[in-house]
Design a protein around this ligand. Structure first.
Ligand SMILES: Nc1ncnc2c1ncn2[C@@H]1O[C@H](COP(=O)(O)OP(=O)(O)O)[C@@H](O)[C@H]1O
Ligand SMILES: [Mg+2]
Length: 314
């Protein structure tokens, strides 16, 4: 595989940060640093991102971004790196900001007719939630989501209009804007997208079967509550190809670069788009390394591919 970043380059592995996903990011960072060292990048170092980041980045020539959530995955750190003219991996300012917000992602993707979006309504703080859901004609059950959280935080499955206000109030604890979607009674899959602009390709699909009603916070972080199947077995051959195609189209339509992971629900062999994660986890138990691994891209190779996505103004 090609080395685009010179081996002697000073590479900052950005991790940690100030989001609720700080701990996961520190684990991602450590794993990525290990891979860079095995790839013979001897001047790679971990940088735990704080408000002193402008100073901490002095002397670095490239940045490998392994931050998740607020400030790391939403365009903020990408903006700082643009100003400092330090080429960085993965998505740029605009696509990071769009994809951090589930409503704005859907607005952008609605311009591509091939991406199946779940019927939903966007409700701002102060609006009458029951009226908005009724006006939009959503069928129950629905699911309430803060527009820019991860890890299923603040989300509730709502079975009838009487339960709606409480669920909406819960989502408002996280963000002032709430996305309410029809609930898809199906199973969850996720697929990675790799490669540089114009040459993107999808990884194998990872399917997650949960013992809980949906893939909520507990299912995500309690051992034994979910089963991972990769490559996925619950989809027909045609649906498998469709999910991969839609993932690449979603990545391209949102202006992503280098890497992303696209989530879907599957019902009756039909995919429904959920969200794009612009900086997916890179721990040894994360989804993307497993998806890449089953197609013959081992962890170090994956890190090199992502490193090769460095650039500015993307
Ligand atoms: N419309 C929906 N219907 C059914 N399940 C959903 C729906 N939206 C989300 N979920 C479930 O909630 C989980 C988290 O949703 P997602 O939109 O991916 O947010 P997060 O950013 O928290 O990962 C999904 O993995 C899926 O299991
Ligand atoms: Mg998700």
């Amino acid at each position: 595989m090609e080395y685009i970043v010179p081996l002697e380059a000073k590479v900052a592995v950005l991790c940690g940060g100030m989001s609720s996903e700080r701990e996961v990011s520190l684990r991602s960072g450590k794993n990525v640093l290990g891979a860079l060292q095995r790839l013979r990048y001897k001047n790679a170092e971990l940088v735990d991102v704080s408000s002193n980041i402008m100073n901490d980045l002095k002397g670095f020539e490239y940045a490998y971004n392994t931050m998740h959530g607020k400030y790391g995955e939403d365009g903020c750190i990408q903006g700082i790196l643009e100003i400092l003219k330090i080429p960085y991996t993965g998505c740029g300012v605009m696509s990071s900001a769009i994809c951090m917000n589930k409503e704005y992602t859907k607005r952008v993707l609605s311009t591509c007719k091939d991406i199946p979006l779940i019927k939903s309504v966007f409700v701002r703080k102060g609006e009458v939630v029951n009226d908005k859901v009724a006006e939009a004609g959503l069928k129950y059950p629905v699911i309430t989501k803060p527009v820019s959280e991860g890890s299923s935080f603040g989300m509730t499955k709502v079975n009838n209009p009487e339960e709606l206000q409480k669920a909406y109030d819960e989502a408002l604890r996280f963000n002032d804007d709430v996305l309410i979607e029809e609930f898809i009674e199906g199973f969850f899959v996720t697929v990675g997208v790799l490669g540089n602009q114009g040459n993107e390709f999808a990884t194998e699909i990872l399917e997650i079967r949960t013992k809980t009603e949906w893939y909520d916070f507990d299912a995500k972080y309690t051992k034994g509550l979910s089963e991972f199947i990769v490559p996925a077995t619950g989809l027909s051959k045609e649906a498998t190809e469709r999910v991969k195609d839609i993932a690449v189209k979603a990545h391209q339509t949102a202006g992503c670069s280098g890497v992303s992971r696209v989530d879907f629900m599957i019902k009756d062999d039909e995919p429904y788009f959920l969200e794009i994660n612009t900086n997916p986890g890179m721990t040894d138990t994360s989804d993307l390394p497993a998806q890449a691994n089953v197609m013959g891209i081992d962890y170090d190779h994956l890190v090199l591919m992502i490193l090769n996505s460095v650039g500015l103004n993307k």
